[in-house]
Write a protein that binds this ligand. Structure first.
Ligand code: ZN
Length: 217
């Protein structure tokens, strides 16, 4: 149980694990490494596309979708938290930092992956998750800090504020060999079909090449 985890993802929403990292997870798991996922909210404030009524039903549906997605990826280590979706910024940051730090201390990952300072798309939950993970990471003694990776895109954001905080990728992983299984994993998040088409329209290259920004220590 002391075996060190390779990659730990800490993200706010069910589906944040899949678009930019599913192929990398498949690679690492296929090589026999342990990987893990921490999801901070149940995604109850997302779009329903008329598939269900109300936040509670959506949270349940997204839980089922996420499990199906993780089955396709082959990821078995998953912590689901119940912080309020869309309202992470209103939570005491220390509570979120504590969750991130606890997961890092339990799993001792070699790499932690989360959103960049601009949250990739500016979503307040993504930005808050970044702050929590960064805070937890900085609170660890220097010798115990994992490598810190952020989702990153070669395409600079059009929005000026997002652009100002944009970090270009300095790591890229070709995951073309997983493209079928990755698309299948993405498609498990049926209720979030609009996020899927938005991602594919904006970042088609990131389906087959996953790009990250590694924080330089
Ligand atoms: Zn998200």
């Amino acid at each position: 149980m002391n075996e060190r985890m390779k990659l730990l993802l800490i993200v706010p929403h069910p589906d944040d694990e899949v678009y930019g990292a599913a192929g990398t997870l498949m690679d690492l798991l296929g090589e026999g490494h342990r990987c893990g996922l921490v999801t901070l909210t149940r995604g109850e404030a997302g779009r329903t596309l008329g598939l269900c009524d109300g936040p509670e039903e959506l949270a349940r549906m997204r839980g089922v979708e996420l499990r199906a997605c993780l089955d396709v990826i082959g990821l078995t280590v998953h912590e689901q938290h119940t912080f309020p979706d869309k309202h992470l910024a209103e939570q005491p940051l220390e509570a979120l930092v504590e969750v991130a730090r606890g997961a890092m201390q339990r799993h001792r990952p070699e790499i932690v992956l989360t959103f960049p300072p601009n949250g990739s798309n500016g979503h307040p939950d993504h930005v808050t998750t970044h702050r929590a993970v960064r805070g937890a990471w900085e609170s660890l003694p220097e010798g115990e800090r994992p490598r810190l990776w952020y989702y990153a895109s070669d395409t600079p954001p059009e929005n000026e504020a997002l652009h100002a905080a944009w970090l270009a990728p300095n790591l890229r992983r070709d995951v073309t060999h997983h493209v079928r299984r990755k698309l299948q994993a993405i498609a498990c998040h049926r209720s979030q079909a609009l996020s899927t088409v938005d991602f594919i329209r904006k970042f088609p290259e990131r389906i087959t090449e996953e790009t990250f920004h590694e924080v330089q220590g």
